[in-house]
Design a binder for this molecule. Structure first.
Ligand code: 2DT
Length: 215
């Protein structure tokens, strides 16, 4: 008999500005994968449950003021504290569908325009974290997003900030990047997302090793 190493799971990331449909699409993809018998789990960053996540949550809700560099490092630390669990899940064959990650981290802080906190500085603390096999960027203009029932009341949910974030995402595009027009119907976006996810799963089946940021 042949010994078979279990296939690793894929790391499929959703990124995009606020109100682009990330939550709807990431939940729908996990359901779809489950219906096909794929072991898949939805993760979200920031993970507001941890001690670090609670500090981030208080900052986003405007309950605390934190230095921009310090809060950036908290967002990054919130990924580092999940790194081992992430790698363990992937090597156990579990596909991770992740709602926001280091690209949001770099785009949001860099969009603040704080001297010294440029994109290179913002990317540095996340280097060597597991990288996504596919990044699905749900693309929508901040104007169209603002029309979708308006932004919430958290710190970054303002049209000017979202425009700056969109420009920074543009500069973060890499080989994993798939831009999907999020102004299409939910069903049309789902179809695109499934096509991209299927290809990512197949590349992992074909032996693609886990990648690391920002290579
Ligand atoms: P949610 O609305 O998706 O919970 O995000 N953000 C997110 C950062 O500034 N840095 C990061 O590293 C991450 C992951 C994006 C809450 C807000 O936090 C921003 C929106």
């Amino acid at each position: 008999s042949t010994s078979t190493k279990p296939l690793r799971g894929a790391f499929i990331l959703f990124e995009g500005g606020d109100r682009c449909g990330k939550t709807t699409q990431s939940e729908s993809l996990v359901k779809h994968l489950h219906s096909k018998g794929v072991d898949a789990e939805l993760w979200k960053f920031p993970d507001r449950q941890t001690a670090i996540g609670q500090m981030i949550n208080a900052y986003l809700q405007g309950k605390t003021e934190t230095d921009d560099a310090a809060v950036h490092l908290l967002f990054s630390a919130n990924r580092w504290e999940k790194r081992d669990a992430m790698l363990a899940a992937l090597s156990a064959g579990r596909t991770l569908v992740v709602d926001r990650y280091a690209y949001s981290g770099a785009a949001f802080t860099a969009a603040k325009g704080v001297p010294g906190l440029d994109l290179a500085w913002c990317k540095a603390p996340d280097s060597n974290l597991p990288a996504p096999d596919a990044t699905i960027f749900l693309s929508i203009t901040p104007e169209a997003a603002a029309k979708r029932g308006g932004y919430g009341s958290e710190r970054y949910e303002k049209e000017e900030m979202q425009k700056g974030v969109a420009r920074k995402f543009e500069q973060l595009k890499d080989a994993t990047w798939h831009s999907v027009d999020a102004s299409m119907s939910v069903e049309a976006v789902e179809a695109e997302v499934r096509r991209i996810a299927d290809a990512a799963l197949r590349s992992c089946e074909d032996g693609r090793p886990v990648q690391y940021l920002w290579l």
